[in-house]
Design a protein around this ligand. Sequence first.
Ligand SMILES: [Zn+2]
Ligand SMILES: [Zn+2]
Ligand SMILES: [Zn+2]
Length: 90
Amino acid sequence: MKYCQVVGVRNLADAVGVHCTHEAIDLCFDCGIHVCASHAESCHICKETFCATCLTFHQRGRLSLAKPVRNKGAENERPPNRCRAVATPT
Ligand SMILES: [Zn+2]
Ligand SMILES: [Zn+2]
Ligand SMILES: [Zn+2]
């Protein structure tokens, strides 16, 4: 049985972080850690499961990381690279 690997740091007093001990139900699509039902976040656009941290970066198009800036006007009209806005019919 796999357990959630999310390290919860919810307030400043909890700086060290505590591993969640709930049973994992899925994997984070981005970093691959196991996530439990309460920590699994899904992207409403591409329907993948992420941990909260990765979902934040995913939906922001990873703006906090190095991002090539070419044409600002055109870039803003497109969804983030990692987020496939086109839903695949299942
Ligand atoms: Zn993750
Ligand atoms: Zn958890
Ligand atoms: Zn997405």
